[in-house]
Design a protein around this ligand. Structure first.
Ligand code: PEP
Ligand code: MN
Length: 339
């Protein structure tokens, strides 16, 4: 249930509604927009059938929410959410934010070198996995805390914000200590205890779409995070599993404008995992921008042939730089910037 307040509604009237609904066992989330304040109610809504909220002072209308997600929905918040990551980096504004770096953090020097190069090319967030979700237990699993340190050092040295994946709620505190954005990987999109935990932190979370998740399931997962109090959520379309085997995944470009319609949250595109093929990364990144994404996550490695994970989809720094220049033109065509 969403309560839309009159444009002149007072703080007292808002508080009155919050107090009343709390007594009914509902949790009120307030969204203060430019034109209107909206209150989203969560909990057993049956009680509202007998209490006509329309008659409360300051209320303009009460809208039942048809979508199963509430706080994530456009109905709850009309304006786009802009997630502030650091002084320089915000996701969801006019500038398309590029997160780049290796799939896995491999060494201190490797991280420093790649940080310098992706920064030079125009990226503003440095990526690198320290806890890797590998299909085989025998593959490289990441450097753990050591990797987090290398990522942080390299980010600081080159004034880049950082992002890394957390797979286990027991590692959340540690990962938060070192990085600016917490990544929830595709395989953990429905790890509800992890979602609840990242919902309680005060740091931006990037939620990747699950390998076989529908858009609705994905938005429901985001709802878990918001319903715990953390509204700083960035969605990431990273391709889904289809019958097609020629590419690693099928990037669902439809999801970009669709999510923009359904939700106020920013959405970014990951053309690296979305294709699994280095030669396709630039084109799909362009498609993402044209479709309206707010950012990109691109894997870049000094020497992709020697990468410990995801080499075939990683760009070398030179190709990444060329792709970035190309992307600026597409960004300009849709009234955005990237560099
Ligand atoms: C990654 O970003 O390296 C990663 C493992 O991504 P995903 O969860 O999308 O597979
Ligand atoms: Mn990867």
């Amino acid at each position: 249930m969403i309560i839309v307040l009159k444009s002149g509604a007072t703080e007292e009237q808002i508080q009155h509604i919050v107090d009343k609904t709390k007594k009914m066992g509902l949790k009120a989330n307030i969204s203060r927009g430019v034109e209107r304040t909206v209150i989203g109610l969560i909990g057993p809504e049956d009680v509202l059938r007998v209490t006509p909220l329309e008659v409360f002072p300051g209320v303009e209308k009460v809208i039942p929410v048809l979508a199963p997600y509430r706080l994530v929905s456009r109905e709850f918040k009309k304006e786009n959410t802009v997630v502030k990551v650091s002084k320089q980096v915000s996701v969801g504004g006019r500038k398309i934010v590029v997160m780049a770096g290796p799939c896995s953090v491999e060494s201190a020097k490797g991280m420093r070198d790649i940080a310098r190069k992706v920064k030079q090319a125009g990226a503003t967030v440095l990526r690198g996995g320290a806890f890797k979700p590998r299909t085989s237990p025998y593959d490289f699993q990441g450097l753990g805390e050591e990797g987090l340190k290398y990522l942080q050092e390299a980010g600081r040295a080159h004034d880049l914000a950082t992002i890394t994946e957390v797979m286990d709620p027991r590692h959340l505190e540690l990962v938060c200590k070192y990085t600016d954005i917490i990544q929830i990987g595709a395989r953990n999109m429905q790890n509800f205890s992890l979602l609840n935990e990242v919902g309680r932190i005060k740091k931006p979370v990037m939620l990747k779409r699950g390998i076989s998740a529908t858009v609705k399931e994905w938005l429901m997962s985001a709802e878990y995070i918001l319903s715990n109090g953390n509204f700083e959520v960035i969605l990431c379309e990273r391709g889904i599993r289809t019958f097609e085997t020629a590419t690693r995944n099928t990037l669902d470009i439809n999801a970009v404008p669709l999510v923009k319609q359904l939700s106020h949250l920013p959405i970014i595109v990951d053309p690296s995992h979305g294709t699994g093929v280095r030669e396709l990364v630039g084109s799909i990144a362009k498609a993402g921008i044209a479709a309206g994404c707010d950012g990109l996550m691109i894997e870049v490695h000094e020497n992709p042939e020697e990468a410990l994970s995801d080499g075939p989809q990683s760009l070398n720094p030179k190709d990444f730089s060329a792709v970035m220049k190309d992307l600026e033109k597409v960004a300009g065509a849709v009234s955005r910037t990237i560099l």
